[in-house]
Design a protein around this ligand. Sequence first.
Ligand code: TXA
Ligand code: MG
Length: 351
Amino acid sequence: METILMAANDAAITAAVQLLRAAQVVGVPTETVYGLAAKGLCAPAVDGIFAAKGRPADNPLILHVADKDQALELWKDVPPLAEKLMDAFWPGPFTVVLPAGDIVPANVRAGLPTVAVRCPAHPWMRKLIAACGFPLAAPSANTSGKPSPTTAQAVLDDMDGRIALVVDGGASRMGVESTVVAVQDDGVRLLRPGGVTYEQLCKIAGSVVLDDGVLQPLPADARPASPGMKYRHYAPQAQVTLYDGPPQAVQATICRDYDAGQGNTVILARGRPARYAPRRCYDAGADAGEYARRIFGLLRRADDDGYARILAEVPPCEGMGLAVRNRMLRAAGFRVVHANEIGNDKGEKQL
Ligand code: TXA
Ligand code: MG
């Protein structure tokens, strides 16, 4: 199949609607990351997404809607707290998991009794959903397991020849995927941190339970609250190691490990990359929001540049730092070095 690339304009809306109506898969921009969209309530169209991504059939998809009214048609039993959260964070990087209505095909929800729904903020994507008149199922547009795409080029790198159309809406504004929450009678459970922070959620919900899978590897026999937690994720070819601890100790330990290594290594710094000169270093940004915007592009770039190892500084778990930590822990397969004194550490933990 030939993959066409179009700019995110009205002509692309017409082309995308035509393809989506015909049960095809289209690469689309959103404010979080690029998505692979298909007609969301049409099981064969949704199968096309799983095939293009090579995604395991037991990992469910998010349905993207134009507004809250369209979302309410997809669920049964919507508690008032869920509506309050939607009113606060939609349109935006926020996904709600609730019991699914009968119209949601089993493959969208991977057989679960619940379905995840999001109303995205990207103007072109909103226009597309409105023009379609039906919800769009859309996972991130990467090959399963790889870092999510934040540019149309990254979508093409994974999907060229596998889907009919990629629409270029520029670099993704957030850079990491949406925040996913399950809302139950007893409150809100955070399943995946993202563009809406834990602190923002607490302001609306009062308290929020952080699911164990957000910052810890799940035991092999665990049944995760969100199936996506159990898969190796966001991983480049290069081996990623995270360094945690006081900034000076982290810097000294990274330098020590870089210098002791076999070469072919790059450092991911939180700002001021000159600290690491003359070692090779990418700047992920001092601010956690900046790190979030750059993270997936830099993981992909490390592979393009042929590096075998990435030694990474990571921000504290506040604000957007929690989402960055969650993605980097998975990219690293939970390999973390705890640096506590200058040039010293408690050793590498492969959890
Ligand atoms: O920002 C985003 O959410 C992007 C853009 C394209 O909208 N989409 C995205 O989709 O990240 P995906 O499929 O890559 O990630 C969806 C996550 C997965 O970890 C999946 O396991 C979880 O949401 N999920 C989906 N449905 C669920 C459900 N019913 N219960 C629990 N977790 C669910
Ligand atoms: Mg994904």
